[in-house]
Write a protein that binds this ligand. Structure first.
Ligand code: ADP
Length: 253
């Protein structure tokens, strides 16, 4: 059986982002570290994927290279059908701004702006008019009510992270990259954020890729992918916290 070009194209359009034979080497000679050692992975549109693995297995490196924050030594990263290595620095900046969303462990909100100003900041910087219906939807889902006019210092950690997730969603990015988004939150507050991210995927078709150490956090994802020594070791579809924990024990994490 041969695969037609149309079939190949149909598979590709299902992927919001992918890495092909991704290699990242830090240092040289004696100090060389292969942080990524030939990673092939695709992230399906409208899905929530957790990237897991022992400390030093390459999770952050993979995410940074996927999110156009760092470059590969060899191999390719594609966002949709755009090959990142074909873009200039200016085009990469534009791609990060227009097509990607980011959520970090440390919230990274601007302290002098209100919650709603933080949410719309990326669009203000891009001088782009927000889609007001969409913004209303995001803002009503965020559940902050009158706190939208408060500054980050007047909000709890969980509320600040809800603002950060809303900010990532506001410009309707093709994919959101989240780096340990619940790492600074207690487990109940973290669960609220993960449910909020889950809703973004289920109700609004958002695509999310999240690096996490936490089996409970990973259980909110559609798939947990495991990295070991810079390679994909395996994945768990529809992960439960127990199955993720068992897998981590097998890896000796
Ligand atoms: P993880 O996120 O899974 O903990 P990382 O992607 O941070 O793993 O790191 C993978 C490997 O690459 C580790 O051995 C780490 O020490 C190494 N590494 C990461 N960043 C750098 C860097 N800037 N310079 C040198 N080595 C690095």
């Amino acid at each position: 059986m041969t695969i037609t070009d149309e079939e190949t194209a149909a598979v590709k359009t299902h992927l919001a982002a992918r890495a092909v034979a991704a290699v990242k080497v830090y240092g040289a000679d004696d100090t060389e570290v292969r942080a990524l050692d030939g990673v092939d992975i695709g992230f399906k549109r409208g899905r929530f994927t957790a990237i897991m693995g022992p400390s030093g297995s390459g999770k952050s490196t993979l995410m940074h290279c996927m999110a156009a924050l760092d470059t590969l030594t060899s191999g390719q990263v594609l966002i949709g059908e755009t090959v990142l290595s074909s873009l200039s620095d200016r085009e990469l900046t534009q791609l990060r701004r227009d097509r990607l969303g980011f959520v970090f462990q440390a919230f990274n909100l601007v302290p002098t702006l209100t919650a709603i100003e933080n949410i719309t900041l990326p669009m203000s910087l891009a001088r782009r008019d927000p889609d007001h219906d969409w913004l209303d939807t995001v803002v009503s889902t965020v559940g902050l009510g009158d706190r939208l006019s408060h500054r980050p210092s007047e909000l709890s950690g969980g509320q600040q992270q809800r603002v950060a997730v809303s900010r990532a969603m506001a410009a309707k990015p093709e994919i959101i990259f989240a780096d340990e988004p619940t790492g600074n939150l207690d487990s109940r507050t973290g669960a609220g954020i993960l449910e909020f991210m889950r809703q973004a995927v289920d109700r609004f078709g958002q695509t999310i890729v999240m690096v996490t150490h936490d089996p409970v956090a990973a259980s909110h994802a559609d798939t947990a992918v495991f990295l070991v020594d810079g390679r994909i070791h395996g994945e768990i579809p529809a992960p439960t916290a127990e199955r993720v924990l068992d897998y981590m024990k097998e890896l000796g994490d």
